[in-house]
Write a protein that binds this ligand. Structure first.
Ligand SMILES: *[C@@H]1O[C@H](CO)[C@@H](O)[C@H](O)[C@H]1NC(C)=O
Ligand SMILES: *[C@@H]1O[C@H](CO)[C@@H](O)[C@H](O)[C@H]1NC(C)=O
Length: 468
């Protein structure tokens, strides 16, 4: 079923209005019966090249004298969409990838101790949480709590992203059991500040949260970006303008009301010649699509403005994919690649202005011809570090696997992949065991199927009244 242009535009609007907070709101616009975009990722590793076969492309050795093979190196155009890099290749390609995972592991070592089975209870979260088991690279859904239509694209995107990392990997990962929530403010609620859960974002003062790649890294169909790799990144690779050809303005779209930083940005950019900052009023009955532009169109500008919304800002990784200069206020929410943002120095890859203070001066200066090269250097750094390295689908899959290894290193229990054995009369009393969870492959296609065996996926998406 295809969406009309107006519907698509309405989705775009919602995104811009509320950033990640829009999840439940989006429901009101969602067409009932839109087919699932979930699918199992069966592409087996088609590795770029392994360290041992790198020599075939190397001129060394062709004269039969020098047999040393040059080390494998990551090449963006060749390897960027390869989900199946080996552990060594991941380390070589993304040396700073696991800092957030290392931090979460250190927190267990230094403060909280090993993860226990009690940590995997899901009732505390209320809704939008799943309990997951990975055994021999097979992804299982063990339990869910009030997961429904409002969460649907998020959990399906996340499960697909995990499955891509598992299915494409030639090695075997440790057996792990964990929970993840698709909620923006993962630890909301009294007594939850120390909960152990995988989430898309955390505040600095929420060290017990393990950060995982959010659903935007897979796709965000609600705002016209069905696939991160195919519909956004591939389009940019193909048709993004050269930096100096871009419009010499600062672009931003969204609802101005849900964060003070947005108000400040709107104030400071009002009537400025460099401003392409526009508020969107998606409740405007006459023209709710006024001022809406796509994410790729954001990349047509030399400067982009980053704002958080009610919580974290889902647009961050998208803006960092542009070969543009991102200007941001100080963010309260961290994502898994946050440590790679460099606000100063040779490696500077964005501009940080506390509360957007000094925005006018900064814009005026960077637009002077004498300072364009400074702006271009920041944009170049951002492209190299984010678009061409750490925000590639290859890096996301490496991150998932490193996350599971890190988790396993402080997992203080041995997850059981099996249910209690049952006596099977047809086998003259011999015991038979069944998996404890529902395989992802089954979960992804069971939209309207009830089944008893082997497990009961508690998915409420069948009920049109159930939003979570
Ligand atoms: C969280 O953990 C810290 C350190 O163990 C402890 O001091 C604090 O009381 C805990 N808070 C809650 C709400 O359990
Ligand atoms: C914590 O868990 C790890 C991984 O299962 C295990 O090797 C280690 O011995 C555990 N440490 C303690 C103190 O139980």
């Amino acid at each position: 079923m295809r969406m009309s242009a107006a519907q698509t535009a309405a989705y775009v609007c919602i995104y811009l209005l509320a950033g990640l907070f829009a999840g439940l709101v989006v429901l009101q616009f969602r067409e009932a019966g839109t087919p699932s975009f979930a699918f199992a990722w069966h592409r087996r590793a088609q590795p770029a090249s392994t360290p041992s076969d790198a020599s075939s492309t190397s001129p060394a050795g062709s004269n039969g004298v020098d047999n040393t093979t040059p080390p494998w190196t990551f090449e963006y155009t060749r390897d960027g969409n390869n989900h199946g890099l080996s552990e060594e290749q991941c380390t070589a390609a993304f040396p700073l990838l696991t800092m957030e995972i290392d931090r979460a592991v250190e927190y267990r070592h230094n403060v909280a101790g090993n993860i226990t089975l009690d940590d995997l209870e899901i009732k505390w979260r209320g809704h939008g949480i799943l309990r997951i088991l990975i055994h021999e690279n097979q992804l299982y859904i063990v339990d869910t709590l009030n997961v429904g239509r409002g969460h649907r694209t998020r959990y399906l995107a996340t499960l697909n992203s995990i499955n891509a990392a598992l299915r494409s990997y030639p090695g075997t990962l440790p057996t792990v059991e964990f929970t993840f929530t698709v909620q923006d403010n993962s630890l909301i609620g009294e007594g939850n500040s120390n909960r152990t859960v995988l989430a898309y974002a955390r505040r600095a003062e929420e060290p017990s949260v393990w950060l995982m790649p959010d659903f935007v890294f897979w796709g965000w169909p609600q705002f016209g970006m069905p696939s991160y790799a195919a519909d956004f990144r591939a389009v940019l690779d193909d048709s993004e303008m050269a930096f100096l050809d871009k419009k010499p303005q600062l672009v931003w779209r969204g609802s101005i009301d849900n964060n003070p930083a947005r108000k400040k940005l709107a104030e400071l950019s009002k009537d400025q010649p460099w401003s392409n900052v526009r508020g969107i009023d998606w409740l405007n009955k006459e023209d709710p699509t006024k001022n809406v532009i796509s994410m790729e169109e954001h990349c047509d500008y030399m400067f982009t403005a980053m704002t958080e919304g009610m919580t974290w800002g889902g647009r961050l990784k998208l803006l960092l994919n542009c070969h543009s200069v991102m200007i941001s206020h100080e963010m309260a929410w961290l994502e898994w690649y946050h440590h790679l943002l460099a606000p100063s120095g040779e490696a500077q890859n964005y501009i940080l202005l506390e509360h957007f203070d000094g925005l006018r001066k900064t814009m005026r200066r960077l637009l002077e011809p004498a300072h364009r090269h400074e702006a271009q250097r920041i944009a170049d750094n951002a492209r190299r570090v984010f678009r061409e390295q750490y925000l590639t689908p290859a890096a996301v899959s490496c991150y998932w696997r490193a996350l599971f290894r890190g988790w396993a290193s402080v997992q203080g229990f041995q997850p059981s992949p099996w249910m209690e054995p049952e006596v099977d009369p047809s086998r003259t009393g011999k015991l038979r065991r069944r998996p404890r969870g529902t395989s992802f492959e089954a979960y992804a296609i069971m939209e309207s199927t009830e089944w008893e065996v082997p497990a009961q996926p508690r998915m409420l998406v069948n009920d049109p009244e159930t939003y979570w």
